[in-house]
Design a protein around this ligand. Sequence first.
Ligand SMILES: Nc1ncnc2c1ncn2[C@@H]1O[C@H](COP(=O)(O)OP(=O)(O)OP(=O)(O)O)[C@@H](O)[C@H]1O
Ligand SMILES: Nc1ncnc2c1ncn2[C@@H]1O[C@H](COP(=O)(O)OP(=O)(O)OP(=O)(O)O)[C@@H](O)[C@H]1O
Ligand SMILES: [Mg+2]
Ligand SMILES: [Mg+2]
Lengths: 266, 266
Amino acid sequence: MRTIAIMNQKGGVGKTTTSVNLAAGLAAQGRKVCLVDLDPQGHASLHVGEEAYNGTATIYDVFAGTRTFSQSQKLVDSNLWVIPSNIDLAAAEVELSGEDRKEFILKEAMASDPEVQKLDYVIFDCPPSLGVLTINALTAATEVFIPLQPHFLALQGLSKLFETTALVKRRLNRDLSVSGVVLCLYETGTRLAQDITDDLFNFLSHSEPSSPWSRAKIFDSRIRRNIKLAEAPSFGKPIFDYEPKCAGAIDYKNLSDEVIEQEANA
Amino acid sequence: MRTIAIMNQKGGVGKTTTSVNLAAGLAAQGRKVCLVDLDPQGHASLHVGEEAYNGTATIYDVFAGTRTFSQSQKLVDSNLWVIPSNIDLAAAEVELSGEDRKEFILKEAMASDPEVQKLDYVIFDCPPSLGVLTINALTAATEVFIPLQPHFLALQGLSKLFETTALVKRRLNRDLSVSGVVLCLYETGTRLAQDITDDLFNFLSHSEPSSPWSRAKIFDSRIRRNIKLAEAPSFGKPIFDYEPKCAGAIDYKNLSDEVIEQEANA
Ligand SMILES: Nc1ncnc2c1ncn2[C@@H]1O[C@H](COP(=O)(O)OP(=O)(O)OP(=O)(O)O)[C@@H](O)[C@H]1O
Ligand SMILES: Nc1ncnc2c1ncn2[C@@H]1O[C@H](COP(=O)(O)OP(=O)(O)OP(=O)(O)O)[C@@H](O)[C@H]1O
Ligand SMILES: [Mg+2]
Ligand SMILES: [Mg+2]
């Protein structure tokens, strides 16, 4: 089972769009996938048409210990489950702050639930912050994918991201590594996208062997800017159900294929 | 003197791009403008070429009380000053949490500094959060401009934003009102941008007379998506110095003109 945190503390860079469409792309290839919405904004939940109303199981129940991980999973398509979130999760950040082992609630919920082992992929959509919800994803996961918009200011936040993953790896989760960067909102044909991608490539090729980045690559599949990807959430559908022939669907299919190919090298 | 908070807790929607280019546009028309970078990421500072190194005055000094507001201003162009920020400001959020009147530090620093009154505009670039730094902008300012990307998920965060401004108005700053929404990253010719703009318009026209939104309008000037706006920060220049003829410069000039026209109706 692969456990992947989709993470970047910068807002609006494509975390949710990537979490939802990668999960859907993997499920379409027959993998059993659970998408976990870790953002109190509940955008991933909205995006798959699973707005969490009163009484619905949410990831908050897992944090509060009132439901198990698998009890909170909701089937949204063949091979695709979601554990939705809603604004209750914002309370979790406060409630957890005093708790012992607050960084490991998700990990321990998954480890103690045999049903979870039947999944091929668990994908965590992280909120735009480095708080306790993101840290729970980073201890529950072994892989990190970083969506990144190839803009100048986007690179500035990267060093903070690196520090956090390195800290988590050293202190909380020895198995953590950054598998790669997914270039999102890619404006093809612009100098800026090319320059920033080159800068990123240079940065990654000079990383310390002991850092969690040492084997991170830039995924070959780049997600181009495509209005269809921004429309899909308003229909509560992954891109493949909304507009299967558009550039956004092609790009996320390519990414899913690339992620599946990695299985052979694991 | 007009004091304007450029605010939206959602990340990557154009707050910094708008703060910098609106400030520069107003200064180009002869207004004395001070741009205040309230984000520990320091993006507005970078964008005007004022990265704050050791020893440079920053907005942290104003929060710490070690420098006055006007002592921290740095002239970056004719009529345009910036008070830069850097990562030290992240410490302020923690240090302030116990303080009495922590929501009013900026306001009081400005009120006690006669030099500040010589300015025509103070523009606060807020971080993507509703924490103490943003609250300081909302008590120091009388106006709020909300940059918004006309996407489906962008509307979801709006109610939280409304609650916060209403709460601040009621409890901390009776003079606060939301002047308007600046549509940013506008993808012309797309159904999505048009639909979301219509939804926003309907929302605003049905607001409570007592809410801070009751006279909020959507600025006529919309800022179109334009790669030049994303390139300018890497040169440390507002758009008018970097690429004066591009669509981004035209749009921000229009916005500056529209803001200046408001002076007649004040
Ligand atoms: N490739 C793309 N082309 C066009 N629009 C996109 C693309 N990727 C994402 N978007 C849109 O851009 C906005 C931000 O994307 P998204 O919500 O996935 O980012 P995020 O990193 O999850 O944001 P947050 O930090 O708020 O969680 C959304 O409105 C989304 O629909
Ligand atoms: N109209 C536009 N056209 C193209 N790129 C833009 C436009 N406006 C902003 N950008 C780019 O989009 C990214 C996000 O914009 P910006 O930094 O202004 O948003 P922000 O709301 O201040 O983000 P944060 O929440 O991180 O403070 C930046 O890389 C910026 O250069
Ligand atoms: Mg998201
Ligand atoms: Mg900003």
